[in-house]
Unconditional design. Sequence first.
Length: 160
Amino acid sequence: MAIRLGSESLAHLKGVHPDIVRVVTRAALMATADLDFKVIEGVRTDQQCYINYGKGRTAAQCAAKGVPAVHAAPGLPKVTWLSDPLNSKHRKQKDGFGHAVDLIPYPVDWNNLKRFDALAKLVLEAAKLERVSLRWGADWNQNGRPREKGETDSPHFELA
Ligand SMILES: [Zn+2]
């Protein structure tokens, strides 16, 4: 039992709310070798929010939301559907911490949603044990039915 979080994962946890860090640490302790995972994102800068928003959008669409046109990348697939480009729990919140992390099964196969589901089950179990209320990006209303409304953010967990 237990997997070891690599240095990249640990670096991504910097600046993330201690409750989330506790949950991720606990999940790593509970994980079996077949459920190895990585932290791929923690705190996100405004710049990164703009870059994400620009993917799949034109300069005009970016400008309409106050995103510098230089970030427009209409040829790339869209990665965010936020109506406010800066409305992300990955940004530093009022308490000075980021309130979200992105986790992926490792090695990752983005098409194998079963592994994302298995990882989410583990993480939500760890959250329960740590008494942290966590929301999963593939089950926005937290009713235990992933992707029922077409949610696509399987790596994402945030404080509820
Ligand atoms: Zn995320």
